[in-house]
Design a protein around this ligand. Structure first.
Ligand code: FAD
Length: 321
């Protein structure tokens, strides 16, 4: 008993999404306490390649469900297959990453299973079968500890908080036998993929984020990001103004990032922004106001005009290469 089923997610190009490995890390922390096994489920048009990619990561069995109705990963279509895999795996825990896909699918799975759910889980605490989960409340201003007591428990976990497991020998792959899919009430309309040569915001080791202080001129931010091989982020003020696309927004209502280095440029440090980046290993703030709240979470601060400081910093980085 104590088995965990991990819901596997693909990148738009069909490859394994790194956040799934972090979810597998969380599953590992659970089975260490329960003595159960880790299982996984891949639901896709052709699930086999993704199943083969995930099988070596401490997974005993990968269940697959393939078919045209799973195109675009719509929650309504994916959920019955995940529920079937929960039954096949005799899972007591269903775990997925707290990504857009996980936030869509996992509550639906919890509803179908009549299961309690904790979202955005940060850590698993306690020993033996008596363990709890921590999760952020009020934009991370408070960390809550929750205990879930339904027979099956569903968790979405923050990818930034769990280490990916090491790859080992591959587990078994089994195809799920599913009933014919019911007609769906959800219809896929459009997917606007933002293509960039820069690293993905949630997976980059370095992030340079710009705020309203840029006045919409991101050229210095882009030059610094390119010098560092970094991803670009933005505050909500910047995205709301239409200066940068919404998918660059960092914060409570944007993306949660935890890179090795986060450079906040012309960002005041509102609690909602800080909620999305305070897990970063090293935080550098550049702001002309010495009293800006961002300096209270920064490890290093530079007070001055970004339009002078950022080109100087970029030139110094380029010169040191
Ligand atoms: P400002 O607060 O206007 O700060 C601009 C900063 O730039 C100032 O500190 C100023 O000193 C500095 N500056 C100006 N000129 C220069 C210069 N030349 N050189 C250097 N520094 C300069 N915000 C988010 O970011 N992410 C979220 O996910 C998010 N979610 C929210 C959810 C809710 C429900 C609400 C109510 C708000 C949310 N917000 C979010 C908005 C948040 O409260 C702030 O309004 C926003 O973060 C401010 O963005 P900013 O720091 O870029 O702008």
């Amino acid at each position: 008993m104590g088995n965990v089923l991990v819901v596997v997610e693909a990148n738009p190009d069909g490859s394994l999404r790194k956040a799934t490995l972090n979810a597998l890390g969380a599953a590992g922390a659970i089975v260490k306490r329960t003595g159960g096994q880790i299982h996984a489920v891949v639901v896709a048009v052709d699930a086999r390649p993704l199943a083969q990619a995930v099988a070596p990561y401490a997974v005993s069995v990968v269940y697959t469900a393939s078919g045209p109705s799973f195109e675009h990963g719509l929650a309504e279509g994916v959920t019955p297959a995940v529920v079937a895999a929960v039954r096949a795996a005799k899972a007591d825990f269903v775990v997925g990453a707290a990504t857009a896909f996980g936030r869509d699918v996992l509550p639906r799975v919890a509803g179908k299973l009549q299961a309690a759910m904790a979202s955005e889980v940060l850590s698993i605490e306690g020993t033996g079968s008596d363990f709890t989960f921590t999760k952020p409340l009020w934009a991370g201003a408070v960390i809550g500890t929750v205990k879930l007591s339904s027979p099956i428990v569903v968790l979405s976990v923050r990818p930034t908080e769990f280490q990916a497991p090491a790859a080992g020998s591959a587990g078994e792959i089994r195809e799920l036998q599913l009933e014919a899919p019911a007609p769906m009430r959800t219809r896929f309309l459009d997917f606007k993929q933002v293509l960039s040569t820069r690293p993905s915001l949630t997976e980059a080791r370095v992030v340079v984020s710009g705020g309203r202080g840029t006045k919409g001129d991101f050229q210095p931010i882009e030059a610094l990001a390119d010098a560092l091989g970094a991803a670009i982020g933005a505050s909500r003020a910047v995205c709301d103004a239409g200066w940068q696309p919404n998918d660059l927004q960092v914060g409570q209502t944007g993306k949660v990032v935890a890179p090795q280095l986060y450079i906040a440029v012309g960002i005041s440090g509102a609690i909602q922004h800080v909620a999305g980046m305070k897990g970063s290993k090293t935080i550098v703030a550049i702001n002309k106001d010495p009293d800006a709240p961002i300096f209270t979470v920064a490890d290093y601060g530079l007070v001055g005009d970004l339009f002078t400081l950022i080109p100087e910093l970029t030139a110094a980085i380029e010169a040191s290469k």
